[in-house]
Ligand binder design. Structure first.
Ligand code: THU
Length: 136
């Protein structure tokens, strides 16, 4: 888990966020042990912005990955001091994307402030009463 948070911190450095100045990094672990990273990518037109979590998911899915174990997420304002960091929870859209591809009870969402300070949730905990393909 510490390793996955480290990868998310590395990905955060690539954040393209000139409008919000809020930098997010994510690292997605597959069941076979591969890691796909992502950062948030903003746009002058605002709505095309892609969150770090979805960047990581879409990279992985587009390369044929189907089974996921966990995602680590870090996010904070640019130039914030290390002792001012908060846990960055994924937005509702990203939670819904996770629910499409991951088990609610098994998939772990790791929110990190640093390599040594993180919290672990299941997807079910952060997305109760999920709308999934099972009901269609
Ligand atoms: N953002 C993410 O990348 N992931 C989250 O979980 C929350 C929000 C991004 C979107 C936007 O670029 C910036 O953070 C501020 O909302």
């Amino acid at each position: 888990m510490k390793e996955l948070v480290k990868k998310a911190l590395e990905a955060q450095k690539f954040s393209y966020s000139p409008y919000s100045n809020f930098q997010v990094g994510a690292a997605l672990l597959t069941k076979t042990g591969k890691i796909y990273t992502g950062c948030n990518i903003e746009n002058a037109a605002y709505t095309p912005t892609n969150c770090a979590e979805r960047t990581a998911f879409f990279k992985a899915i587009s390369e044929g990955e189907k089974d996921f174990e966990a995602i680590a997420i870090v996010g904070n304002p640019k130039d914030s001091k290390e002792n001012e960091r908060e846990y960055c929870a994924p937005c509702g859209v990203c939670r819904q994307v996770m629910a499409e591809f991951c088990k609610l009870k098994g998939f772990k969402v790791i929110l990190g402030k640093s390599e040594d300070d993180y919290k672990v949730y299941t997807l079910e905990e952060i997305l109760p009463l999920a709308f999934t393909k099972d009901v269609l």
